[in-house]
Design a protein around this ligand. Structure first.
Ligand SMILES: Nc1ncnc2c1ncn2[C@@H]1O[C@H](COP(=O)(O)OP(=O)(O)O)[C@@H](O)[C@H]1O
Ligand SMILES: Cc1ncc(COP(=O)(O)OP(=O)(O)O)c(N)n1
Length: 264
């Protein structure tokens, strides 16, 4: 069985982070393991509190799984602070991990901060150069390219600027743009490829970024090339948004159980 690893934060509400990643990997038939970097007290209304896991415990979790399991892909989500980013980068190099998908999680859609400000330089310098692909949303792309959030910039400009950080591919997600089409843009340093879907008219999009990056990691683990992996992941996230999960009082998560397993 193909195996993938998520290094991310826990969402107690079950919609984003580690929980979304493991549900996604399972949906693709990939065995998912996890290294937890932070524990959030979170629900569909927002992030009420969080604490980062100690560096020692993150490091031990990394050694435990990387020395034993055989990962065909790895994704990172919420990394919380500079020290965690540095240890993750060190272990990725030490264990020669292939297919690193970096989702540079900074702020939840609820507006809550999930990454210390001083960690942005570290993620750019230490982790992004090791990545096969990075998957920033519009605001994360602007922050990583040193732009102001209120600047009007095309996905093309942002993807080109971010590619210079040294990753193989950049996928800038346009989920937070206006319009009928939800467009994401891939750049490999030469060519652009658009991934589009009809925008689903809903506010229930909690966990979309986590799910998309976990789906890309799952499909890379299954052996699909990057373009096929994104194509399959885009189809998955669109269906999961359409299906929705009305579980809480706020912005609800996407639904991974569009095909419910039956024992009949
Ligand atoms: N309302 C929507 N309808 C269809 N696709 C969407 C919608 N909102 C986001 N997406 C897609 O979900 C994925 C995650 O994007 P985005 O929400 O921008 O990321 P993040 O959760 O990191 O902010 C992208 O493929 C984006 O195009
Ligand atoms: C623990 C944790 N990690 C990541 C996020 C952000 O999730 P994401 O899918 O990028 O977007 P929203 O759910 O915020 O729309 C999170 N909230 N919690």
């Amino acid at each position: 069985m193909k195996q993938a690893l998520t290094i991310a934060g826990s969402d107690s509400g079950g919609g984003a982070g580690i929980q979304a990643d493991l549900k996604t990997m399972t949906a693709f038939g990939v065995y998912g393991a996890s290294v937890i970097t932070a524990i959030t007290a979170q629900n569909t209304l927002g992030v009420q509190s969080f604490e980062a896991v100690s560096i020692d415990l993150v490091s031990k979790q990394l050694d435990s799984v990387l020395s034993d399991l055989d990962f065909a892909a790895l994704k990172t989500g919420m990394l919380a602070n500079s020290k965690i980013i540095k240890i993750v980068a060190e272990k990725v190099k030490e264990y020669k991990v292939n297919n690193l998908v970096v989702d540079p999680v900074m702020v939840a859609t609820s507006g809550d901060i999930l990454l210390a400000k001083e960690a942005i330089t570290i993620i750019k310098d230490k982790l992004i150069p090791l990545a096969k692909i990075i998957t920033p949303n519009l605001n994360e792309a602007k922050v990583l390219s040193g732009r102001r959030i209120d600047e009007k910039l095309s996905l093309e400009v942002l993807a080109s600027e971010l590619h210079k950080l040294g990753c193989e591919y950049v996928l800038v997600k346009g989920g937070h743009q206006k319009g009928d089409i939800a467009k994401d843009l891939l750049f490999d340093g030469v060519d652009f490829v658009e991934y589009t879907a009809k925008r689903v008219d809903t506010k229930d999009i909690h966990g979309t970024g986590c799910t998309l990056s976990a789906a890309i990691a799952s499909n890379l683990a299954l052996g699909y090339d990057i373009k096929e992996a994104i194509e399959r992941s885009k189809r998955y996230i669109t269906e999961a948004i359409k299906a929705g999960c009305k579980v809480g009082k706020g912005n609800n998560p996407v639904n991974h159980f569009t095909r419910v397993y039956s024992l009949e």
